[in-house]
Design a protein around this ligand. Sequence first.
Ligand SMILES: Nc1nc2c(ncn2[C@@H]2O[C@H](COP(=O)(O)OP(=O)(O)OP(=O)(O)O)[C@@H](O)[C@H]2O)c(=O)[nH]1
Length: 313
Amino acid sequence: MDDAAPGSHDPAALTPTTTRAGFVALIGAPNAGKSTLINQLVGTKVSIVTHKVQTTRALVRGIAMHGPAQIIFVDTPGIFKPKRRLDRAMVDTAWGGSRDADVTALLIDARKGLTEEVEAILDRLAGEKGLKVLILNKTDVANREKLLKLAVAANEKVTFEKTFMVSALTGDGVADILSYFADKVRPGPWLYPEDQVSDAPMRMLAAEITREKLFERLHEEIPYVSTVETELWEERKDGSVRLEQTIYVERDSQKAIVLGKKGQTIKVISQAARTELTEIVERPVHLFLFVKVRENWSDDPERYREMGLEFPR
Ligand SMILES: Nc1nc2c(ncn2[C@@H]2O[C@H](COP(=O)(O)OP(=O)(O)OP(=O)(O)O)[C@@H](O)[C@H]2O)c(=O)[nH]1
């Protein structure tokens, strides 16, 4: 017999279910700890974490399973004052991600407190609709009195349904956030297979890892003008993976820096990326890196699409 009432076209009524699923957007100033928190919530490395700012260029989603709930996190690029075209695209993408989500969570670095950047985000967030929560991060290094003052000040500016205090680094308080979100996402079928922790295509994740290694190795201008693309991801019969990636820079002089003397720099970057990828895919990885000069890539709409960003007009 059909469970649905006669004449009902509500799909939920046709498939009675207790599962829940939905999106949570994490927004915050660069370095607030969004990537660290998502990795902690999901339990697997899906989003790159570095000590440098503005490393998250594309939306990378992590998926957490909590009882019958599937929570899909959108790790938005840090929201900051846009100057270049690429920066504007990142900011627009961040706010777009927030509007599409069931819950928007603002993450604040509690040690830094209400900086000018955070104030600007609060002002804009106050005008946005939807369910909002506040997460004060880095409690492991923040002073307790300051934390409480910060919570009060932020809540005066924006109507947050709840305020959490966590350390994304140690995991302290993170379980509470997960239970809360599990409760807030809507009843409905799961949007991804249960065992799939990330829908970020493996190619993109692999490119992010190599870009992270570039950041770590080259401290100057280079990482900001380079992009990494995975051209080939080949599963081989012997169980290993062959990966070919291209690092794009804007000038020959930058190419020389990335390669290093006798190719030493690129070798170190490649070894570090390969080690990490091998751990993640739990298989031997053969990584081949190429460096190419592509002038003005940051003005090319196609490069933006590859990074999951809208090209700003
Ligand atoms: N002490 C401490 N450090 C943290 C905590 N959470 C994150 N960090 C550190 O803060 C830095 C920035 O963390 P990320 O997770 O990369 O920050 P993000 O907000 O994703 O940064 P963008 O990608 O630039 O937007 C890293 O060095 C983290 O290790 C925390 O709870 N405590």
